[in-house]
Design a protein around this ligand. Structure first.
Ligand code: AMP
Length: 399
C-alpha cells in the first residue's frame, strides 16, 4: 500500500511517498519559492528518490506547475504516480474549525468548507486548498484525504478553549482556542506511551513540540486537555519568527500609533520571536551566537526558556499527576541545552534529567531522565508525514 502525503504551504509543497504500515519512504522532496522571482540556475525542487537526489532549477510559477514537475521527477525516477496504484493522497490541512475533527475523505463539499475556513487561517488554508485541487486533477480516481492540524484538540474542555471575551462576539467570529500541530502531538504522545509500555489511556503527558513553530500540550488519558496555541498558531510559546503570547493591548497600541493590520501581521508572524529579539531564527545559529557572547541572542534564548517553563509549570498543575514529559521537533529533538534548561531544578516536582543521557545523540525515541525520576522525560522524533499516511490509509482501507 502506498500513500502520497502532501503539505502545501503558501510558497512551498513538501511531499513524501510512503508505505503507511512499515513507514518505508520511497521518495520525498520539497518544492520551494513557488511564485517567486528565481534565476535560471537556482534550485527550486529537491527530490530524493530511489536513484538518489534530483534537483530541479528555475522558477515555479504556481502550485499546479510545481506538482506537475514533481510528478515528472517521480516518473524519471521510475515511480510513475499515475500507475503506482496509490491507495490515497493525504493532505495536511491546518484549520478544521468546528467542523472537522477526524481525517476526512475530500469531496467537493468538504473542499468548499475547507476554503470557507480560510478566514480563520488566511496564511494556510488557501494554500492547502490549492494543493488538494492540483492533486485531485493530477490523480483522478485516487481518494484524497484531509488530515487536520486542529483535530487532536477538538475536544478541549470548555474552560481551556474559551477566551474571556463577549460571548456573542466570540460566537459570531469563531473566536475560541483550536490548537495546532495536533498530528504531531497525537503521534508523539502515542509513541511516548508505547515507549513506556503503557496504553495512552493510562498515561498523563506533557508534549513539547519545539521546531520553527512551537507548541506544548497537556494530555490526560490520551485526550488533549490544553495546548499553548490558540485561535491561530501565533499564541503560546516563543517561536522562530512568531511572538507567542502578548498583552493584546500591544496590538491596540501599535494600531493607534499608525501600524496597519497587514504590518502588524508581518511583525508578529514573521519578524518576532527569536528573530525579532536577536535577528536569528535558527536555533543552531542562536546557540553559536550565545557562545560568542552575543547579548541579544542570550536574551532571546532566556525569553524562550522562561515562556517554556511557564507552560510546563501550568500543565503540571493542570494535570495534577504527570507520567511523562516528551520533547520533539527540530529543537526539542536536537538541543540538549534547551531540554536541560527547560527542566533544570525541578527535582522537587519529580523531574530529574540525567545530563549524560540528555547529551546522547539518538535518532529514535529515548529516555533522558534518571531512573529514579518520578516523571519520565523522553525525546521522541515526530513524523507528521507517517501519521498523515496512516490516517489516510485507515480511512480508505476496506473493512
Ligand atoms: P522543525 O521546524 O521541527 O524542522 O525545526 C527547525 C528548528 O530546529 C530550527 O530552529 C533549527 O535550528 C532547529 N535545529 C535543527 N537541528 C538542530 C540542532 N542540532 N541543534 C539545535 N537546533 C536544531
Amino acid at each position: 500500500m502506498l500513500v502520497l502525503v502532501l503539505n502545501s504551504g503558501s510558497s512551498s509543497i513538501k511531499y513524501q511517498l510512503l508505505e503507511p504500515d512499515s513507514g518505508t519512504v520511497s521518495a520525498s522532496g520539497l518544492v520551494s519559492r513557488i511564485g517567486e522571482d528565481v534565476g535560471p540556475g537556482e534550485p527550486t525542487i529537491e527530490h530524493h528518490g530511489r536513484g538518489g537526489e534530483i534537483v530541479h532549477t528555475g522558477p515555479i510559477p504556481d502550485h499546479a506547475a510545481g506538482l506537475k514537475l514533481v510528478f515528472g521527477l517521480f516518473a524519471a525516477d521510475g515511480q510513475d504516480l499515475a500507475t503506482a496504484g496509490l491507495a490515497a493522497a493525504g493532505h495536511r490541512v491546518v484549520h478544521g474549525g468546528e467542523v472537522f475533527y477526524r481525517p476526512t475523505l475530500i469531496t467537493d463539499e468538504v473542499l468548499a468548507t475547507i476554503r470557507d475556513l480560510s478566514s480563520l487561517a488566511p496564511l494556510h488554508n488557501p494554500a492547502n486548498v490549492i494543493g488538494i485541487e492540483c492533486a485531485m486533477r493530477l490523480l483522478p480516481g485516487v481518494p484524497q484525504v484531509a488530515v487536520f492540524d486542529t483535530a487532536f484538540f477538538h475536544g478541549l474542555p470548555a474552560a481551556a478553549k474559551t477566551y474571556a471575551v463577549d460571548a456573542g462576539i466570540a460566537a459570531k467570529f469563531g473566536i475560541r482556542r483550536y490548537g495546532f500541530h495536533g498530528t504531531s502531538h497525537e503521534y508523539v504522545s502515542g509513541q511516548a506511551a508505547a515507549f513506556l509500555g503503557r496504553r495512552p489511556e493510562d498515561v498523563n503527558q506533557i508534549v513539547l513540540h519545539l521546531g520553527n513553530g512551537a507548541s506544548g500540550s497537556a494530555i490526560r488519558a490520551g485526550r488533549a486537555v490544553d495546548t499553548t496555541m490558540g485561535m491561530t498558531p501565533l499564541e503560546g510559546l516563543v517561536m522562530g519568527t512568531r511572538s507567542g503570547d502578548l498583552d493584546p493591548g500591544i496590538i491596540l497600541h501599535l494600531e493607534r500609533n499608525g501600524l496597519d493590520v497587514a504590518e502588524i501581521d508581518v511583525l508578529l508572524n514573521r519578524e518576532s520571536g527569536l528573530k525579532g529579539l536577536s535577528g536569528i531564527n535558527d536555533f543552531r545559529e542562536l546557540h553559536a551566537h550565545m557562545e560568542s557572547g552575543d547579548a541579544a541572542a542570550r536574551l532571546a534564548y532566556d525569553v524562550y526558556i522562561h515562556r517554556l517553563r511557564h507552560y510546563i509549570g501550568a500543565y503540571l498543575i493542570e494535570l495534577g499527576r504527570v507520567d511523562v514529559i516528551t520533547f520533539t521537533g527540530g529543537v526539542g529533538e536536537n538541543s540538549s541545552q534547551v531540554r536541560f534548561d527547560a527542566l533544570a531544578g525541578l527535582e522537587r516536582f519529580g523531574i530529574a534529567i540525567d545530563p549524560q543521557l540528555n547529551d546522547v545523540r539518538n535518532r529514535s525515541a529515548h529516555r533522558i531522565s534518571k531512573s529514579d525520576s518520578e516523571i519520565a522525560v523522553l525525546v521522541v522524533p515526530t513524523n507528521e508525514e507517517l501519521a498523515i499516511a496512516r490516517a489516510a490509509a485507515d480511512l480508505v482501507r476496506p473493512g
